[in-house]
Design a protein around this ligand. Structure first.
Ligand code: BES
Ligand code: MN
Ligand code: ZN
Length: 495
């Protein structure tokens, strides 16, 4: 797919389809007026004919008499003064649907006079969101299907004016990098467990690093982790014949001594629950238990494109959680790399066991911030459904930056509390802590467990159990979230 910006007038643009924003109860903009006059009022007539009111989030495809383009999609954006990012996102998604359903090959998005609420450079965001909508509808994971899904759209132009052209170019650059990162995260998530193993994740990281000279790679094998006394991580990986790996992707875009921002992803490439075996129904979806890791590789893919002048480290704790003769059993006690001991009451609470040793390892980087991303608890889906990721943190400033980053990227999170009253729930009679918190607040007690290993740095935890994939049916699949939130955080907020 090709992208470009153009400052040509609408009336002279040739394309299969023009996508034109329309506001509720609003006069024509200069851009629309220009087109309408050139067509002797045909645009006004069309809008009357189909009774298009510009309601927020509605999109409609028609043909327009005598125009240089065959089709026009009117994008309803609601009231001009309160255009929010989410309204624009909705309209862009509907528009992308129409482009796909109608097999459009070349499309133009008229991106003039759009002012998003509380946004300084709206054209950058509207361009990036539009591109992302189009790219995400084009995405399909069909490598194992005999019949491939074809998408016809091959060219997207952003029509704008001289004053906004640079902003639109930036939007294209950001949108392209973001879409690449999201597709990568979706591909990795959708890849089945017999292919996407910890070794596969390491080879994906290797390929990314090989193509970028600002990046370097380190992979800790199980024997390396033994030397570091990572008893919690190894208690999970030992039950599988697939060797566990701790994968570290180091991007140096900043000064040598700038403290890095670290992303840590849960990479359980399949979660059977272990000896605390999960029920069979929909267990296939536990191939998505590495979506935190996928989001880290996705973000690093985008970072490799955009090359910000910051130091960023992506860490992936990759293992398979299997029942086996040598697997961990409920009641087993292990010693973590931090020296703290853990009683494993449920082998299905394995994510926190691989992450805690990775958090201890991360201390050596003296990070400016650490964000872990994990499909950690089913309880998070009960609390927040599939709309927002759960956010917990030991640092309110970091939490607020992440909440803002999510809002701006249309990929929201919602903060849940952590604190001593919840932390108590993971005290154990036999060890320093146990790996489950009993009845109530399962998402929070999981975070409290991680917090005990994150005392040396500002840390936040994103529980993406509800947001990383769509469950069941023909729409099943990885979403690429929270790549938009994380990328926006790293580019605009992390300092
Ligand atoms: N990977 C799961 C969490 C999960 C479950 C994500 C369903 C998405 C959908 C995690 O490893 C897990 O099994 N968590 C347990 C924790 C419990 C044993 C305290 C859970 O949520 O049931
Ligand atoms: Mn589990
Ligand atoms: Zn899991």
């Amino acid at each position: 797919m090709k992208y470009n910006t153009t400052v040509r007038k609408l009336s002279v643009i040739k394309a299969d389809c023009v996508c034109l924003p329309v506001f509720e109860n609003s006069h024509f903009s200069e851009n629309e007026q220009e087109l309408d006059s050139a067509l002797n009022g045909a645009l006004k007539t069309l809008i009357k004919q189909i009774d298009f009111k510009g309601n927020a989030g509605v999109a409609s495809l028609s043909t327009l008499q005598n125009a240089n383009f065959k089709n026009i999609i009117l994008m309803g954006l609601g009231k001009k003064d309160d255009l929010s990012l989410s309204t624009f996102q909705k309209a862009a998604n509907k528009t992308a649907d129409l482009l796909k359903q109608n097999n459009i090959k070349t499309a133009v998005f008229a991106n003039i006079d759009l002012q998003l609420q509380a946004c300084a450079q709206s054209e950058t965001d509207t361009t990036s969101v539009f591109l992302q909508a189009v790219a995400s509808k084009r995405y399909s994971f069909d490598k194992y299907k005999s019949t491939k899904n074809t998408s016809t759209l091959s060219q997207l132009s952003i029509q704008t004016n001289k004053a906004s052209q640079n902003a639109c170019k930036q939007g294209l650059e950001h949108g392209q990098a973001l879409s690449m990162g999201m597709s990568k995260a979706r591909d990795l998530g959708n890849e089945p467990g017999n292919v996407c193993t910890p070794t596969y994740l390491a080879s994906e990281a290797k390929a990314l690093v090989a193509a970028n000279k600002e990046m370097s790679l380190k992979v800790l094998e199980e024997k390396d982790m033994q030397k570091l006394d990572m008893g919690a991580f190894l208690s999970v990986s030992k039950g599988s014949i697939e060797p566990g790996k701790l994968i570290i992707i180091d991007y140096k875009g900043g000064k040598k001594n700038d403290a890095p921002h670290v992303l840590l992803g849960k990479g359980i490439t399949f979660d059977t629950g272990g000896i605390s075996l999960k029920p069979g129904a929909q267990m296939d979806e536990m191939k998505y238990d590495m979506c935190g890791a996928a989001s880290v590789i996705g973000v690093m893919t985008a970072i490799a494109e955009l090359k910000p002048n910051k130091n960023i480290i992506g860490v992936i704790a990759a293992a398979e959680n299997m029942p086996a003769g040598n697997a961990s059993k409920p009641g087993d006690i292990v010693t973590t790399a931090s020296g703290q001991t853990v009683e494993i009451l449920n082998t299905d609470a394995e994510g926190r066991l691989v992450l805690c040793d990775a958090l201890t390892y991360i201390e050596r980087f003296k990070p400016a911030s650490v964000v872990d991303i994990a499909t950690l608890t089913g309880a998070c889906i009960v609390a927040l459904g599939h709309h927002r990721s759960g956010l917990m943190s030991n640092n309110d400033e970091l939490a607020n930056l992440l909440l803002t980053a999510g809002k701006q990227a249309g990929d929201q999170a919602w903060q849940l509390p952590i604190g001593p009253e919840y932390d108590e729930q993971i005290n154990s009679p036999f060890a320093d802590m146990q790996n489950i918190g009993g009845k109530g607040a399962g998402t929070i007690t999981a975070a409290c467990f991680l917090a005990r290993f994150a005392k040396q740095f500002p840390w936040a935890h994103l529980d993406i159990a509800g947001t990383a994939w769509v469950s069941g049916g023909m729409n099943k699949g990885a979403t690429g979230r929270p790549v938009p939130l994380l990328l926006n955080y790293l580019l605009k907020h992390a300092s």
